[in-house]
Design a protein around this ligand. Structure first.
Ligand code: SF4
Length: 204
């Protein structure tokens, strides 16, 4: 299934949570982010040994890596980095991020991405995901996320909003703080000259 068939991905849920305009840029304007250092590192630097302590703690009986999941009902697809199945039959999605946690807590955009994976796992494996984990490589922290019904409900609403925005080709505009734009891989398309403007204001 493809984007043309109306699917978005869990990664796009993450991007939307970071800034809705990113999804407008990728899905309506069809620009893609150039490969960043963080993206390259994320592709290169993890295998199962990275999450070995978590595998032991959860008493994993199976570990599925990058399993492709689809939801026709929600119109989303996604591949969690790892899906751990415990000896008790619990399904636990795990993401590995080349990033730092938010003072030991999970970042909002990662929270929604993990919750989107939980919805996919629920539907594809006819189960109920109750928790997931993000492993932050840069500060070497494993952070647990409780995935309850209210988070799943909110994630469903976000997914609906994304589909609506794409369908209506509606530009959400700049809604985030400038600090967020400065580390955004899409600023060249979205806010060209941002760094220069910042330089001018500094020199005043
Ligand atoms: S530059 Fe800022 S407003 Fe534009 S997509 Fe990035 S974070 Fe969003």
């Amino acid at each position: 299934m493809t984007d043309e068939e109306g699917y978005i991905t869990a990664v796009e849920v993450k991007r939307y949570a970071y800034c809705p305009r990113i999804v407008f840029i990728t899905h309506v304007l069809h620009y893609e982010e150039p490969m960043s250092e963080a993206m390259e590192a994320g592709l290169e630097h993890h295998d199962e040994s990275t999450i070995a302590p978590l595998i032991a703690r959860l008493k994993a009986s199976r570990i599925l890596r990058s399993v492709e999941l689809w939801s026709g009902e929600l119109g989303i697809a996604g591949k969690p980095d790892y899906l751990i199945v415990t000896r008790m039959g619990e399904y636990v999605p795990v993401e590995v991020k080349w990033a730092v946690s938010e003072n030991g807590r999970i970042r909002w955009d990662h929270k929604l991405q993990l919750s989107a994976y939980a919805l996919l796992v629920d539907e594809n494996f006819r189960t109920t995901v109750k928790r997931g984990y993000v492993y932050y490589l840069r500060d070497k922290r494993v952070v647990e996320l409780k995935v309850d019904d209210s988070l799943k409900k909110m994630t469903r609403k976000v997914i609906e909003s994304i589909h609506r925005m794409i369908l209506e080709e509606r530009d959400p505009g700049v809604t985030v703080r400038q600090a967020r734009c400065l580390s955004c891989g899409y600023k060249a398309y979205c806010r060209p000259g941002l760094n220069e403007r910042r330089g001018v204001s500094r020199s005043i």
